[in-house]
Design a protein around this ligand. Structure first.
Ligand code: PAF
Length: 274
């Protein structure tokens, strides 16, 4: 597995490998990330992963300083997973002092996480666009756990006609339903017991809405279930799968999305509604 820490090394490695599938990450890897590497490998191309904890997507009161970092462990996992190249840029490479451009995405980026975390999706879009420019992948792989993020990345990639296929990969879950996340390690043992209640509430509500129950009532029931479990829901909504606009009725492809606080951790999850 090749490791590149500067642009000349990255480009030399890419010259040898040819077009790659890119798995952008912020490190602290788990089985969810490895499923992205597996999906990229299945497409029969060399695979590059990037590890960069992107300061631009963290708000001033967010957890940038405590975001978990484990470079040696991440590299070992990527090598084991069959990754061909790891791109480890530093902050000065990604954000040189003279850089003066960021990307602002409208539409799906303005809702839910976009409202809760002002500037977050601009940070995500800017870093992902830079990674695309540096690595020039033929495809890039993102976890459906961050459903809204995938739609935002799809939106600006389409808007700017970037020649990269965006490939969403299904969420990897613990056996009790909890979606894998780098931040799960901050749950206390008691909170870890509670955390699967988010997926359980979403699954029940999706099934109720799918079988014709009123949307507003089903969402209220699910929110009450979260509160009863000890969580503080930030939002729980039925939304258009691509636009993220709230839906009052199930009239088109939809997703049930939620964010809820549990202790010091914000859990995000989503499920399809058929
Ligand atoms: O999902 C993530 O880990 C990050 O938001 C991403 C896409 C790597 C951009 O920093």
């Amino acid at each position: 597995m090749k490791i590149a820490r500067n642009l000349p090394d990255l480009h030399a490695a890419l010259d040898e490998l040819g077009p790659v599938g890119l798995v952008p990450t912020m490190g602290a890897l788990h089985r969810g990330h490895l499923s992205l590497v597996a999906a990229a490998r299945q497409a029969g191309q060399p695979v590059a992963a990037s590890i960069f904890v992107n300061p631009l997507q963290f708000g001033p009161s967010e957890d940038l300083a405590r975001y978990p970092r484990d470079e040696a462990g991440d590299l070992a996992q990527l090598e084991q997973a069959g990754c061909d190249l790891v791109w480890l840029p530093d902050v000065a490479t990604m954000y040189p002092p003279e850089a003066a451009s960021t990307i602002t995405v409208g539409g799906p980026a303005t809702l839910w996480e976009g409202m809760m975390r002002p500037g977050h999706f601009s940070g995500v879009a800017t870093v992902v666009a830079k990674l695309f420019g540096q690595v020039r992948p033929r495809a890039a792989y993102f976890g459906e756990k961050d459903w809204q993020q995938v739609q935002v990345i799809r939106r600006f990639t389409t808007d700017f006609l970037l020649p990269v296929e965006i490939v969403p990969v299904p969420t990897v879950r613990e056996t009790d339903g909890l979606a894998l996340s780098s931040r799960n390690r901050f749950l206390t043992p008691a909170e870890r017991q509670t955390a699967p209640a988010l997926h359980a509430a979403l699954t029940r509500a999706a099934s109720a809405i799918g079988s014709g129950d009123a949307v507003a009532t089903s969402l209220d029931v699910a929110k009450q279930e979260l509160i009863a479990a000890g969580m503080a829901p930030d939002y729980l909504a039925l939304v258009g799968a691509e636009t993220l606009e709230p839906l009052e009725r199930l009239t088109r492809p939809a997703r049930l999305i939620a964010a809820a606080r549990l202790g010091s951790v914000r859990l995000l999850d989503n499920v399809p509604v058929d």
